[in-house]
Design a binder for this molecule. Structure first.
Ligand code: ZN
Length: 60
């Protein structure tokens, strides 16, 4: 059986989508927009923001 490496868990809410954060080198930016409906962080895409909860999309 292969052992799964346990990643250190951070306190706070855990988001399913890994693209909630912009990982730039060793620094993690959390300046994402928030969904006007759900108040959750939106996923940062190249040309748009999308909410993973309700599907709200905002073009940049
Ligand atoms: Zn939403």
């Amino acid at each position: 059986m292969a052992e799964e490496k346990q990643k250190p868990k951070k306190k706070g809410k855990v988001y399913k989508m890994s693209n909630v954060y912009d990982i730039d080198g060793n620094s993690i930016k959390t300046k994402n927009k928030k969904c006007p409906k759900c108040k959750v962080f939106m996923a940062n895409h190249n040309d748009r923001w999308t909410c993973g909860k309700c599907g709200y999309t905002e073009m940049k």
